[in-house]
Every structure is written in structure tokens, then in C-alpha cells.
Design a protein. Structure first.
Length: 400
């Protein structure tokens, strides 16, 4: 019987594999059990891992510096200057900072405007209560300037401030509509609504303004007639206050230059309140001593009140209170500290004598440049470690 060759081959391979397995078992049995635990012996499969030494550093405790002592001293003084920037006070001394405590205007009644005569000229054109269509002066529709009649509140606010001895007249341009509800196709002239009398007589006629708007804006003609009306008030100081939302559109006579010259000739001061987005500010400034732009009608009442207060009083100076701050050094009586501030945009300086009546020194140094003297530069003092030097002084200077 011939043996199967494949069976012979498989049997040979099985015998060979058995021999190999047996040899491996004998080798492993003869090896020591500590072969992998001894790093220096041959046969270790992984190299030993060296232990990294731990470096211990000494913790350094920072030395705390004591907070500096902060010394303060308040000084009060008066600057006989009506036009200063109240936020511009700074110290011109090295190591001294300034904190502005208060800057209050000092006012007195204007003797030259007591018992004055004031003529109010109110724009009564349709644009005050109706949108204005595009025209040669404006390409788009303009909103109503004062549909809620805030100008009535404004006049009331003004006459409340005026003195009882003042005299006030009221005129409109154009005149009140003689046919309310009917739009007159022609331009209407200005007219007096209330002749000159005490301020208390004006509020009673103000309701007549409602619903009686008229055609045209005869602004120049109103000023020409106003010159004649107020000139009959004798030697009293004279003012004209005009409210308008636009420009002259219908006057057949008058021009800004001629009217301005006549106002100056007669000593009459003209103030114009320009309401809304479209008044002709260029032409108005040619006419008036002062033009006050007002964006919205709800600003009219406070504007007229401030205007009246300005006519009644005069700012003669400012009472200033400053706190001087310095580190590690007290302020001594008689010590001088130079203070800088701005007046009409120009740098000024004065010397404060602590504990004494302070004098005011006009700035005569043309080299006091802006980088050295920035507007509104004040430093706030630190809040830690404060030691306050007592004895605030209250000297004043200038006219009482």
C-alpha cells in the first residue's frame, strides 16, 4: 500500500513543530525568575528608567512697600473772569495734582438792563404747524416746526423771569389770519398782537396764536416795523427777540446789512432763536447780535428762560474750590502753588498762596503751550494711605 504523500508531509510538519515547542519550554524553565528584576543582567527586554531628581526651590516672599502718605488741602478763591472753562484747572507744580471740587459763576443784576423794553417777534407762517413742500430753498419736504405750540410755553417762561418794571411787546409775522381756516393766497404783513406793557400782560393774548397761522414770512419787514415800535420806548434799554423757523420769503424792502446798521445806530440788541432744520443761519447772523439754533420745539421753553436770565444778570466771575493733592509731603501755610486754567480758549495761570488771600495773575507767558496745558487735565488722588492736612482756607479775591 502506497502511503498518501500529503499525510506524510503533514505528519512531518507536526513532528517538527512539536520539537520546537519542547525546546522553548526547556529554555524558559531553565531561566531565573528574577531575570527581569535585575537591571544589570543580560537579557533584560526594557532599559531601566532613571528616576528624575526633584529640585526644591526656596519660596521668595516679596517685601511689601508701605503705601505712600497722601496729603490734601482745599483752597477757595474767586477769579474775576466771566468766561473760563470750569473743567480746565490743573496744577503747574511738579508732584501736585488738582481735583476740581466746584466752579460756580458769580452773578449780579445788570444795572444797564434794568427797566428794559423787549419786543417779541414770533414767526406765524404756515410752516410752523404744517409740513413745508420742496422749494428753491429746500429740495425735500420739511417737518412741522412747532405743531404743538411750544412757543407759547417759551414766551411764558421768558416773561416769568423778567422784572416787574420791564415792558414787553408782542408781534407776529405775518399777522394773525383774519379768516381762520382759509388760506389767504397773498403774503400778509406783520402786526402787533400786544402793545408794550408789563410782562404779566403777555400770557393772556398767547392763546390767539393757535390756529391763526397766515401766508408768507416777512422777516425783514417785521424787523423794520419792530424798529419803529420799540423806538417809542424812550431811553430804556431795548431788546428784540425773534423766533423763526426759516428765512425771509415775502418782504418787498429791507436787507440784512441795512437793518443791522439801523439796529446798531439805535442801540437795539437783536437776538434770534432759529428753530428746526432749515433756518437761513447765514442771513440771520448778518442781522443779529446773537443767533441761538434750537433743533426741536420742546427745547424752546428752556432756551427762552435761559435767554431771559442772561438779560437779567451778568456773570462777574467764578468762585472756585480746588483740592490739592501730594504724596509724602504736607502742604504748609504760605506755600505757593501755581494753578493753570483756560479763559476764552487761552491758557491763564495764577498763584495760590495756601493759608493766605490768593491773588490773581494774568498769564503773561506766551510760551505756555497747549501740550503743557491740556484742557480738562485733572488727576484723581489715590485712596489708600490718606493723611489729610486740615485747615482749609476760604480766601476770596476780586470784586464782591
Amino acid at each position: 500500500m502506497v502511503p498518501n504523500p500529503w499525510a506524510v508531509r503533514v505528519g512531518s510538519l507536526a513532528v517538527f513543530a512539536g520539537v520546537i515547542i519542547l525546546a522553548s519550554s526547556l529554555i524558559n524553565a531553565s531561566a531565573s525568575t528574577n531575570i527581569y528584576a535585575t537591571p544589570s543582567e543580560v537579557g533584560v527586554l526594557m532599559p531601566p528608567v532613571a528616576e528624575r531628581p526633584v529640585i526644591k526651590t526656596k519660596k521668595v516672599t516679596p517685601v511689601k512697600q508701605p503705601p505712600p502718605d497722601i496729603y490734601k488741602r482745599r483752597v477757595n478763591f474767586r477769579i474775576p473772569n466771566a468766561e473760563i472753562d470750569p473743567m480746565s484747572f490743573i496744577s503747574l507744580e511738579s508732584g501736585v495734582t488738582v481735583r476740581i471740587v466746584s466752579v460756580k459763576p458769580v452773578k449780579e443784576t445788570k444795572h444797564e438792563t434794568k427797566d428794559k423794553s423787549l419786543l417779541l417777534l414770533l414767526d406765524n407762517s404756515y410752516s410752523m404747524v404744517q409740513p413745508s413742500p420742496p422749494s428753491r430753498w429746500n429740495r425735500d419736504w420739511l417737518p412741522r416746526a412747532d405743531a404743538e405750540y411750544k412757543r407759547i410755553d417759551a414766551v411764558n417762561a421768558l416773561v416769568e423771569v423778567l422784572g416787574a418794571q420791564d415792558r414787553v411787546g408782542l408781534a407776529t409775522f405775518p399777522r394773525l389770519n383774519p379768516e381762520p381756516g382759509f388760506r389767504i393766497p397773498r403774503a400778509e404783513p406783520p402786526a402787533m398782537l400786544k402793545g408794550f406793557g408789563p410782562p404779566s400782560s403777555i400770557p393772556a393774548v398767547l392763546p390767539k396764536l393757535k390756529g391763526n397761522e397766515n401766508s408768507g414770512t416777512p422777516l425783514y419787514r417785521a424787523l423794520e416795523l419792530g424798529l419803529g415800535w420799540i423806538s417809542n420806548e424812550g431811553d430804556r434799554p431795548k431788546f428784540m427777540v425773534m423766533l423763526t423757523d426759516g428765512r425771509d420769503t415775502t418782504s418787498t424792502s429791507g436787507d440784512p446789512t441795512t437793518i443791522r446798521q439801523e439796529l446798531q445806530k439805535r442801540g437795539i440788541k437783536l437776538i434770534i432763536v432759529a428753530l428746526g432744520p432749515a433756518p437761513d443761519l447765514g442771513a440771520l447772523r448778518q442781522l443779529a447780535d446773537e443767533v441761538i439754533p434750537v433743533a426741536e420745539s420742546n427745547q424752546l421753553a428752556p432756551t427762552f428762560r435761559r435767554l431771559a436770565e442772561k438779560l437779567e444778570t451778568l456773570t462777574i466771575g467764578h468762585d472756585v474750590e480746588l483740592e490739592l493733592v501730594r504724596k509724602n509731603k504736607t502742604f504748609e501755610d504760605s506755600e505757593e502753588v501755581k494753578i493753570g486754567f483756560r479763559s476764552k480758549g487761552n491758557p491763564e495761570r495764577m498763584t495760590v498762596h495756601i493759608g493766605q488771600t490768593n491773588g490773581y495773575q494774568k498769564n503773561d507767558n506766551p510760551n505756555l503751550a497747549d501740550p503743557e496745558f491740556p484742557a480738562g487735565s485733572t488727576e484723581k488722588p489715590p485712596t489708600q494711605g490718606e493723611n489729610t492736612a486740615s485747615g482749609a482756607v476760604n480766601p476770596k479775591m476780586g470784586p464782591e
